[in-house]
Design a protein around this ligand. Structure first.
Ligand code: G6P
Length: 609
């Protein structure tokens, strides 16, 4: 969601801002804009639609002068996507100009107050414009004090890039509950929502904490806390470059990331699984504590929630303790009943999802510790959690997650095994064998992904269907949830996931000639049951695509198309069975000509609730 970039230095700001924004496109947006100051003159250019529209309008930035500026990609919340609602926004005297990621919840009363005091006119429907007017209303000649006053007055979440025409050699930034990082260059400094935006310019970064105010000059950086006390911050160096966040010859980031899954899982497991044990670096649970656990509660959103549901099956099977999985947006508002001897786990690729962050804070507020499974280093959830297991999936750019999902699954598998081992719910031999199986999963992932082209033909045949149902039982059902989400989010085909046994309780009324059913059949103990369910939908005219274990020849005669995955311990099949579903979604979306990496209305990092 909304991306922010800011620059101050010796070079022309506009092309750098546009380049930075292009690296944030993956976050999801519907309009873009930039502002620069040159010789005391403010220039703002913004427009609805793709960033390319803006680039064309201002000759890739060449048309805009100034060595200081801010840029923004907007994901509409308050007011439809339009040129007027696009950021940057300024106050009526053009004194302050801002870009904003987040939501100002009390913008209406603030707007009324500003109107009473003649800080008008408001030209947009956005909550952000209020900030620009508020800055000018509170301005006392000292920008830092003014920003401090503004952040004390606003409620909600924000990452802000701020320009003040009175101080044309200074860029300001501040954040609360929305992501923001600072990049340190040589004779130039930057702000951005995310690291990839700046990797073409620097590898040295600073994390900005909630309430921090940053003052950037071209040669120096100053950090202050909410009370304007100076802060000392240590930079960190990023060890990957932008090529890792580029398509590298693939047609789409999603396809590239599907192919990177073997590496993502390998990097996540290899260092942690030894001959005898699984070791997590930042994991503050002693053996006694693990032994005493009577349940586990997992909280997440989207695909990360699906990892939680799969994790529930894995943990319950291996460690024999009950697991509850909550959608973060529900959990945070239900006054959750929390207890001791429960392990609380947050799963998040970005580590910035607003609902997940709020849910985590609720758990910690009630005095319980949280283990976070996060991909983005130094993200808010990673920083605030008590323990962190990083997934080493690398930068994930496509909105629809694939490699981060697989890496999260691997973490759940390792965690389940570790707890099972400590609780002695599996034998020593079974434990050792499982360690070996997990170590071999990346190679099996590679086998499945390299054969997944077979799904292409099917995709071209099915691209025009109106509805797809995913069915499975046990852990296969949990994988169906993800398969269905993948398909609908990028191909815009209606799809639903059903526990196969539930079909008869309503959904089967929708099955008719031509409806597509994707059935996952990898769990031996319920195989016969799923086969019966497949026959039920076949009889009613459905076209069935099955994902089954190698060697299950019977399936071939029952369904219309079967994709075989290598046989493995049934508990670990989700790491393999999800792969053809990702490829299927990708191929269908491609056949339909959809914008695969940036599906409509979606955002990679959902930083507003
Ligand atoms: C968005 C993304 C999903 C992701 C979800 C949760 O909806 O498009 O791919 O699963 O947010 O994000 P998180 O970063 O917390 O895993």
């Amino acid at each position: 969601m909304c991306g922010i970039v800011g620059y101050i230095g010796e070079k022309k700001a506009a092309p750098i801002l546009l380049d930075g924004l292009s690296k944030l496109e993956y976050r999801g947006y519907d309009s873009a804009g930039i502002a620069t100051i040159e010789n005391g003159e403010l220039s703002i250019e913004k427009c609805k639609g793709r960033l390319q529209n803006l680039c064309d309008k201002i000759q890739n930035g060449e048309a805009l002068q100034g060595k200081i500026g801010i840029g923004h990609t907007r994901w509409a919340t308050h007011g439809a996507p339009s040129d007027l609602n696009s950021h940057p926004h300024k106050c009526s005297q053009s004194l302050f100009t801002v870009v904003h990621n987040g939501i100002i919840e009390n913008y209406l009363p603030l707007k009324e107050e500003l109107t009473v005091h003649k800080h008008v006119p408001f030209v947009s429907e956005t909550d952000t414009e209020v900030i620009a007017h508020l800055l000018s209303y509170y301005y006392n000649g000292n920008v830092l004090e003014t920003i401090q006053r503004v952040i004390n007055a606003v409620e909600g979440s924000f990452a802000l890039g701020i320009l003040c025409r009175d101080t044309p050699n200074t860029l300001y930034a501040v954040k609360k509950d929305s992501p923001l990082i600072v990049g340190k260059g040589n004779g130039e400094n930057f702000i951005a929502s995310d690291i990839p935006a700046l990797l073409n310019y620097t590898k040295d970064f600073y994390l900005v904490d909630d309430g921090d105010i940053v003052m950037l000059k071209k040669d120096s950086l100053f950090f202050f806390d909410r009370k304007l006390h100076p802060l000392k911050k240590e930079p960190f160096v990023v060890d990957w470059d932008y090529s890792q966040a580029e398509k590298g010859g693939y047609a789409h980031f999603m396809l590239k990331e599907i192919h990177e899954q073997q590496k993502a899982v390998n990097d996540t497991v290899s260092e942690r699984i030894g001959e005898e044990d699984i070791v997590f670096e930042d994991f503050h649970y002693g053996e006694d504590e693990l032994k005493a656990l009577h349940s586990i509660r997992i909280v997440a959103c989207g695909s990360a929630y699906h990892v939680g549901v799969i994790g529930k099956y894995v943990i319950e099977k291996l460690a024999r303790i009950p697991v509850e999985v909550d959608v973060a947006s529900e959990f945070r508002y239900k006054n959750p009943i929390l207890q001791k001897d429960v392990m609380y786990i947050m799963i998040s690729q970005s580590g910035e999802t607003a609902d997940s962050l709020a849910a985590m804070r609720e758990i910690r507020k009630q005095g319980y510790k949280v283990l976070a499974v996060v991909n983005v280093l130094g993200s808010s959830i990673a920083r605030e959690a008590d323990s962190v297991i990083y997934t080493h999936a690398g930068p994930e750019i496509a909105v629809a997650t694939t490699k981060a999902f697989s890496a999260q699954l691997a973490v759940m598998d390792m965690l389940a095994l570790k707890i099972a081992h400590v609780k002695e719910t599996i034998t020593k031999d079974a434990y050792k064998e499982a360690l070996m199986t997990l170590r071999n999963i990346p190679a099996r992932i590679e086998t499945v992904v390299s054969n997944a082209d077979k799904v292409k033909k099917l995709a071209s045949r099915l691209k025009n269907v109106g509805s797809v149902f995913f069915i499975g039982r046990d852990i296969d059902y949990a994988v169906c949830l993800e398969g269905s989400l993948k398909l609908k989010e990028i191909s815009y085909i209606h799809s639903e996931a059903y526990a196969a046994g539930e079909l008869k309780h309503g959904t089967i009324s929708l099955i008719e000639e031509g409806v597509v059913v994707v059935a996952i059949v990898t769990q031996p103990h319920v195989r016969e049951k799923v086969i019966s369910n497949i026959k039920e939908v076949k009889t009613r005219g459905a076209f069935v695509f099955a994902v089954a274990n190698e060697g299950d020849e019977e399936i071939r005669d029952i369904v219309d198309f079967v994709y075989y995955i290598p046989k493995t311990n049934p508990v670990y099949t989700p790491s393999l069975s999800v792969l053809p579903l990702q490829v299927f979604a990708y191929c269908v979306a491609k056949e339909k000509g959809c914008d695969i990496d940036k599906p409509r209305n979606l955002a990679k990092s959902v930083t507003v609730e």
